[in-house]
Structure formats: structure tokens, C-alpha cells
Write a protein that binds this ligand. Structure first.
Ligand code: FNR
Length: 178
């Protein structure tokens, strides 16, 4: 699986959640966390097609090769962080608009606030309608009060660990159902 964090922050709860997921995945599932989101240029239809930037080509290759995506995102101003939306825009036009079609996608999100990430998660689900992807519907993983669930880099909250485990099993099932 390719893990994508919607936050560029070094201390990001969402990036930490993704790394914690690596240790919670079912046997046989590897999670690689994408590390170049900050390098993806703004989407521009004039350079899409013939002049796609190498970093975008490489990103598309990684997504093409992955069985599925695991996205962990914060909510910025009640919606998807721009950097994440921009990256998905580049993916969505790949392979004649089919790059994300049928791709299993699991979504989760963390925030130190009470409802943080819920609205971004809902907005992301809308995006994956247009792309014909296969989002996992349940369980919903909404890591509110995230600051209470981590001890430095380690996800210590057992309830959250269990939810993430269930999400990853559901993602594996989406991959298997084809
Ligand atoms: C936020 N934050 C935030 N939180 C929330 O619950 N609802 C929101 O709409 C927003 N909006 C928002 C906009 C911007 C520009 C920033 C920088 C932050 C707070 C956010 O949840 C918090 O900073 C998280 O810790 C960000 O996630 P990472 O970076 O820890 O993964």
C-alpha cells in the first residue's frame, strides 16, 4: 500500500498515524509512506500530458504499482489540505483519467481538536467518486484529541490501534475482491 499524509509538518499527527499503521497491518500488507508531497507542483493542464514533471511521473508510477492507498489527512479550514488535493488532481488525470479507477482507498485522519478531519474525510470521499476509486466505507477512523493518543512518535491509544487494524483489514478485503 502507498500511504499518503495530507500534512507536510515534521511533527504531523497524520504522518505519525501512517507510520503507526505499518505495525498494525495484516500479514502480507506492506505500507510505504510517500515522502515527496512537498515537491509536487501546482496542477497545470498545460504541462499535463506531454510535459508531466518527473516527480509527478514517479508519484503516478508508485500509485499505479500500489494495491491501494492509505490516506491520513488533517482538515484545513473544514476541507482537504491544498497539497493533498493538488496531488490527487495530478493522479486523477493520469492514464487518460483512469489511474485511480478501481483503486482501493482507505481514509483516516487525526487532529488535536474534537472533530478535526471529519469534514476533510467527507470531502475526500467526494473526490474519489469522480475518480471511480473504491473507498473503504467502514470503519471510520477519526482520531480526535490526537495529542492524547501519541507518546512521542508512538501511537499508544489501544482503541485507535484497533480501529486502524480494522481499517487495514477492510482495505485488504477491497483489494482481494478485485
Ligand atoms: C487547521 N486546523 C483545523 N482543525 C480542525 O479541527 N478544523 C479545521 O478546519 C482546521 N483548520 C486548519 C487550517 C489550517 C491552515 C491549519 C494549519 C490547521 C488544526 C489542525 O487540525 C491541526 O493543526 C493538526 O494538528 C494538523 O494535522 P497534522 O499536521 O498534525 O497532521
Amino acid at each position: 500500500m502507498l500511504g499518503i499524509s495530507g500534512s507536510l509538518r515534521q511533527e504531523s499527527f497524520n504522518t505519525r498515524l501512517l507510520h503507526a499503521s505499518e505495525g498494525l497491518a495484516p500479514i502480507g500488507m506492506d505500507i510505504d509512506v510517500y515522502e515527496h508531497l512537498a515537491d509536487i507542483p501546482p496542477y497545470n493542464g498545460d504541462i499535463d500530458g506531454e510535459n508531466v514533471p518527473p516527480v509527478v511521473e514517479a508519484f503516478r508510477d508508485q500509485v499505479r504499482a500500489a494495491d491501494g492507498l492509505l490516506i491520513a489527512t488533517p482538515e484545513y479550514n473544514y476541507s482537504i489540505p491544498g497539497v493533498l488535493k493538488n496531488a490527487i488532481d495530478w493522479l486523477s488525470t493520469g492514464d487518460g483519467g483512469q489511474l485511480l479507477a478501481g483503486k482501493p482507498v482507505a481514509i483516516m485522519g487525526a487532529a488535536p481538536t474534537n472533530f478535526g478531519s471529519v469534514r476533510a474525510q467527507l470531502a475526500l470521499r467526494q473526490v474519489f467518486v469522480w475518480t471511480d476509486s473504491k473507498p473503504v466505507v467502514k470503519p471510520e477512523v477519526i482520531v480526535f484529541n490526537a495529542h492524547e493518543r501519541f507518546d512521542d512518535d508512538k501511537l499508544v491509544d489501544e482503541g485507535t490501534q484497533d480501529l486502524v487494524r480494522r481499517l487495514l483489514h477492510a482495505l485488504a478485503a477491497k483489494v482481494t475482491e478485485g
